[in-house]
Design a protein around this ligand. Structure first.
Ligand SMILES: Nc1nc2c(c(=O)[nH]1)N[C@H]1C(S)=C(S)[C@@H](COP(=O)(O)O)O[C@H]1N2
Ligand SMILES: [Mo]
Length: 320
C-alpha cells in the first residue's frame, strides 16, 4: 500500500475529512476485531492517504444526497478499471502519469444548435454556467464489485439543454482520449481504441447522469478519469466512460466499446439487473470494496425509483 505525505489541509476541509476518518476508524476497529476473532490478520486501514490536487468550489450536498459510507480515497484511486492505463486493478494508479490532461478540450458537436469546445478551465470553473455539486453515488462494476464514491460534478443534461439538441438527436456518444504514444494500454489491442460509450438522449438528460470533474472535493485524479468523466450510477461501471474528449449527438444508435468487444457479455443498455447473470458469473450479489461479506445487488443499482420510467413498456431482455 502507498503511504503519501499528507498535503497541507485547508481549514474548510478539516471537518468533513476529520469526521470521515473517525467513522472509518470506528468501522475499521469493528472489522479488525471480527478478523482477529476469526484468526485473520489486521487490515491496514489506518494508512489511508489524503486526497491530493486542487480544491474545487462546490455545493455540498448536491441533489440526491446519500448517507452511505463512502469508500476511502485509497480504495477509489487504488482499485479501478481504466484499460488505457493497463488492465490490472492497480495499473491505473501506477501508470497515472502517462495521462496528459493539460491542455485538454472537450468538443460537443453533432445534432446541437450550438456546438462548443470547452477548455479545462471552463470545465473546472465555479463561475461557469454549470455550478459544481457533490454527488455520492454507488458504482457497480459488471465484474460484481462495488464502491460508494463522493464525486464532484454537474448534470450532463444541464449542459446539453443549453446547447439545444436538434429534433434529430436521439443518442449521445462519448469518446475517451486517444494517445497511443503515451498511454500504455493503447500500445496494444486490449480494446478497440478510442474507448467509446453512448446513452439514449433521455438517459443522458436524466438528472442522475453526471459529468464528474472531482473526487473528495478535489480535482479528479488521473486514474479515475481526469479531467472529466461520465457517471451513470444505475448502469454497470463500463458505461461511465473516463477522460472524455468528444461528445456527439447523433440520430442512429452508435457502437460502444465493450458491446463491440464481447456482445454476448456486455449490452448497450447495461442497466444493473441482479436477475440477469453475466454468462460467466452471477450478478445477484456484489463485493463492496473494503467489506468482508457480499451484499445483494439491487435493480438499477438502487436507483429504480428514479430511472424505471425511462424504460416503461420496453422488453426487459433488451435492457441487458
Ligand atoms: N476510458 C475508459 N473508461 C472507463 C473504463 C476504461 O477502461 N476506459 N473502465 C470502465 C469500468 S469497467 C469501470 S468499473 C469504471 C471504473 O471507474 P472508477 O475506477 O473511477 O470507479 O470506469 C469505466 N470507464
Ligand atoms: Mo467495470
Amino acid at each position: 500500500m502507498l503511504i503519501g505525505t499528507p498535503a497541507e489541509i485547508p481549514a474548510r476541509d478539516i471537518t468533513p475529512e476529520g469526521v470521515y476518518r473517525q467513522r472509518r476508524r470506528f468501522i475499521g476497529a469493528g472489522v479488525a476485531s471480527l478478523l482477529a476473532a476469526l484468526g485473520l490478520g489486521l487490515p491496514s486501514l489506518a494508512l489511508a492517504r489524503t486526497p491530493t490536487g486542487r480544491i474545487l468550489d462546490y455545493r455540498k450536498p448536491g441533489a440526491f444526497p446519500s448517507d452511505e459510507e463512502s469508500n476511502s480515497y485509497d480504495d477509489i484511486t487504488g482499485y479501478s478499471n481504466f484499460y488505457e492505463l493497463g488492465s490490472g486493478k492497480s495499473d491505473p494508479q501506477a501508470n497515472a502519469k502517462a495521462l496528459q490532461t493539460d491542455p485538454w478540450s472537450l468538443v460537443i458537436e453533432g445534432e446541437v444548435k450550438r456546438p462548443v469546445t470547452l477548455a479545462l478551465e471552463d470545465l473546472l470553473s465555479p463561475h461557469a454556467a454549470h455550478p459544481l455539486e457533490e454527488r455520492i453515488y454507488r458504482l457497480r462494476c459488471v465484474e460484481a464489485w462495488s464502491m460508494v464514491i463522493p464525486w464532484v460534478g454537474f448534470p450532463l443534461g444541464r449542459l446539453l439543454k443549453r446547447l439545444e439538441p436538434t429534433s434529430r438527436a436521439r443518442y449521445v456518444v462519448f469518446q475517451s482520449i486517444l494517445d497511443p504514444e503515451r498511454l500504455p494500454g493503447q500500445k496494444s489491442r486490449l480494446l478497440p481504441w478510442p474507448y467509446q460509450e453512448a446513452l439514449r438522449l433521455d438517459e443522458a438528460l436524466h438528472p442522475l447522469t453526471l459529468l464528474a470533474v472531482g473526487l473528495y472535493g478535489r480535482v479528479l485524479p488521473n486514474e479515475n478519469g481526469a479531467p472529466i468523466r461520465l457517471v451513470v450510477p444505475w448502469k454497470y461501471g463500463f458505461k461511465s466512460i473516463k477522460s472524455i474528449v468528444r461528445i456527439r449527438l447523433v440520430t442512429e444508435r452508435p457502437h460502444t466499446t465493450w458491446n463491440r468487444h464481447a456482445p454476448q457479455e456486455y449490452g448497450f443498455f447495461a442497466n444493473v439487473d441482479p436477475a440477469v447473470d453475466h454468462p460467466r458469473w452471477s450478478q445477484s450479489r456484489e463485493r463492496r470494496i473494503g467489506e468482508f461479506l457480499k451484499r445483494p445487488t439491487l435493480p438499477y443499482n438502487g436507483y429504480e425509483q428514479q430511472v424505471a420510467p425511462l424504460y416503461r413498456g420496453m422488453d426487459p431482455t433488451a435492457l441487458r
